[in-house]
Every structure is written in structure tokens, then in C-alpha cells.
Design a protein around this ligand. Structure first.
Ligand SMILES: Nc1nc2c(ncn2[C@@H]2O[C@H](COP(=O)(O)OP(=O)(O)OP(=O)(O)O)[C@@H](O)[C@H]2O)c(=O)[nH]1
Ligand SMILES: [Mg+2]
Length: 334
């Protein structure tokens, strides 16, 4: 998955490079005075024009090949099988000044995830036959949770609060067994498929619904050909889940994840980009020390709480997390 994704990221960069090169060259054309342009036309045989986004002929050949494969939807037929063979190209490409210049404009490459650099900059290591993803690599990898299947993990958590347990006075408190938890992961895709098997979960003690806060201005994968905002997709799934008759007595916890990305983008992309959040109006007063991100977070939490309360008459527990930061996830579980 990590190896195939690396070629997907490279493809997005190469497509961006082509676009930026075209734009830059056409701008150059327009700025060249007429007499020079006439001379340039005569000299065309001397080779193509170039700019900072241009790559050498060998890399261009590889780029054309990869982009063709991606356009045909054949990436999976080649990768990860051919990863090792093409790793030197990926490495060379990533280090090429044209790709680095393209990467500098990553904000304009909407489909390029922030992990692209993390993996592309280690192309040789990641492509080796001996490559064993570290825990961090797995946390950073995309698509690990995309299957429709269910998966689960069992864990214990020291959920005894140091405030309520007299730790020092009562050393026996330590020897009490910790509560065991079983976390079952249900992907959004699985939930969308009619939810027939959701009744299997009738006896779960709690539903943890996870939403990426940073989805508010993103477009999701089209459902029945319709493009839809990712936060709206989450809202619909949330509403469909809380309406499941088998969850009528089950408490819900909402984890609002990707707070770091949310914080980073909220000042450049307004929260109102999502139609559900159309009436968000941050307050800026001297007595209000909350940052824009904090205010936006509380507003989003409130929207979900309202939706939950309207339907169930109960209170929704909301927590904020940054999935790459273990501590915030542990706190959410506690
Ligand atoms: N910055 C940041 N990244 C996160 C956080 N939680 C998970 N990720 C990253 O999100 C990616 C998970 O990717 P995907 O498998 O595409 O899942 P997703 O992005 O949650 O969901 P999709 O909308 O289906 O793409 C990995 O790169 C994770 O490291 C977070 O709180 N902050
Ligand atoms: Mg993703």
C-alpha cells in the first residue's frame, strides 16, 4: 500500500509539473518582444523551450509512461510489483529541481496529501525488498483503513483516574485488573452499503464516530456520480448511524480528528465552505481569547451535538484528536 501510494503521489506531482510548465512557458511567450519571438520561431529546431518546471528527456519519458498508466487506471497492475525496479527513477525525480519547484506549490495540488514528502523523500528505503514499515510509517500511511471488512483490536487502558484513586495510600489499587476493551473498526464504505449487518453490533457498549475536521472544504469521492463535500458526507453517515434502531440505547462519542490540519487551514479556507456551517461567525473581542480554530471547533461540535440531540434527546460526547499524536488519542479513549 505504501509502495503503490508513492507512485500515486509522484503521479500527482508530475501532472502538476506539466501544468506549471505549460503555464510558465506560455507566460514566457507572452512577455518576449515580437522581434525576439520571430527569431525564436526560427530557432525552434534548436530544442524546446524550458523553464524551472522542465525535466530532462529521460525523466520525461518515465513521466509520460507513469501518467499514461495512471490515466488508464492501471497503477495497481504495475505496483507494488515493479516498485524496486523504478525506485531509482522516483528518487531522481523527487530530487530534481523541477519537481521540488512543483512541490513548493503543493497548495495548488489538491489531491496531494501531506504525507507525500514523508514517503517520496525515502523512495529507495521504502522500495527495498527488506523494507519493514515502522509504527510511524503505518500511522502515516494512507488507505490502511479503506477496506470494507471489519477489523478489531483488543486493548487495556489505565482508565483509573489518579484523582479518584488514593494511589499512595492504597497500593492494592494498582493490582486491580485493567478494563479490557475491544475496538471494532467499521469503515464508512461498509456503513454505506445498506448497513444490513449493523445489527451485529446491537450489544456494543459505545459507538465511537470519527470525523476529520479538516474535511470541511474538501470534495469526497463521488457517490452515484454526485460530487459532495466530505463533511456533508460525514454528516449524512452520522445521521444514518444514530438512526439505526439497534443503537437506540447506545451512547455515542464523536471524535473530531485531524485538529492539527484544521488549525492550519482555517485561516485561509473559511469554515463556511461547508454549507452546513454557513452561519458560523467568529467573534473577535478583547475578552475573547479563543483562537479562530478553537471557535470553529466548538461550533462544529455544537452542530453535531444538535443533530444528535434532535434525534435522540440525549447528550453527545465530543472529543478532539490529532491522530498522529498518540497522547491525544489516548486521552480521547480515557
Ligand atoms: N495531520 C493529520 N493526519 C492524520 C490525522 N489522523 C490521521 N491522519 C493521516 O490521515 C491519513 C489516513 O489516510 P486515509 O487512509 O486516506 O484516511 P482518511 O484521510 O482519514 O480518510 P479519507 O477521507 O478516506 O481519505 C494518514 O496519512 C494519517 O497519518 C490527524 O489527526 N492529523
Ligand atoms: Mg485521506
Amino acid at each position: 500500500m505504501i509502495q503503490s501510494n508513492m507512485f500515486k503521489y509522484l503521479g500527482i506531482l508530475l501532472e502538476g509539473r506539466e501544468r506549471f510548465e505549460e503555464e510558465a512557458l506560455s507566460r514566457l511567450d507572452q512577455t518576449i518582444p515580437e522581434d525576439e519571438a520571430a527569431q525564436k520561431d526560427e530557432n525552434k529546431a534548436n530544442g524546446p523551450d524550458s523553464c524551472i518546471y522542465s525535466i530532462n528527456a529521460r525523466l520525461k519519458k518515465f513521466s509520460d509512461w507513469l501518467l499514461d498508466i495512471i490515466a488508464m487506471g492501471d497503477l495497481d497492475a504495475f505496483f507494488p510489483a515493479a516498485t524496486r525496479e523504478y525506485a531509482p527513477f522516483v528518487d531522481e525525480m523527487w530530487k530534481d529541481p523541477a519537481i521540488q519547484a512543483t512541490y513548493k506549490r503543493k497548495d495548488e495540488l489538491h489531491f496531494l496529501p501531506d504525507v507525500a514528502e514523508y514517503f517520496l523523500s525515502r523512495a529507495i528505503e521504502v522500495s527495498s525488498n527488506e523494507y519493514e514499515p515502522s509504527e510511524k510509517d503505518v500511522i502515516f500511511a494512507e488507505g490502511v483503513t479503506q477496506g470494507n471488512g471489519l477489523s478489531f483490536i483488543e486493548f487495556t487502558l489505565d482508565d483509573r483516574s489518579p484523582m479518584s484513586e488514593p494511589y499512595i495510600d492504597n497500593p492494592e489499587a494498582h493490582s486491580q485488573p485493567l478494563t479490557k476493551f475491544q475496538l471494532i473498526r467499521v469503515s464508512a464504505k461498509g456503513m454505506n452499503d445498506g448497513c444490513k449487518w449493523v445489527e451485529m453490533f446491537e450489544d456494543v457498549r459505545m459507538v465511537i464516530f470519527c470525523v476529520a475536521l479538516s474535511d470541511y472544504d474538501l470534495v469526497g469521492t463521488p457517490v452515484n456520480g454526485n460530487l459532495q463535500n466530505k463533511m456533508m458526507q460525514s454528516k449524512e453517515l452520522f445521521e444514518a448511524t444514530i438512526r439505526q434502531p439497534c443503537f437506540c440505547d447506545t451512547p455515542f462519542v464523536l471524535v473530531l480528528n485531524k485538529y492539527d490540519l484544521f488549525e492550519e487551514k482555517i485561516s485561509r479556507a473559511p469554515l463556511t465552505a461547508c454549507e452546513w456551517f454557513g452561519d458560523f461567525s467568529p467573534v473577535r473581542t478583547q475578552s475573547n481569547n479563543q483562537t479562530l480554530a478553537q471557535q470553529a471547533y466548538y461550533y462544529v461540535a455544537m452542530k453535531f451535538k444538535e443533530a444528535y440531540n434532535d434525534h435522540t434527546g440525549r447528550k453527545l460526547f465530543v472529543w478532539q484528536a490529532r491522530g498522529r499524536d498518540r497522547q491525544t488519542v489516548d486521552e480521547a479513549f480515557k
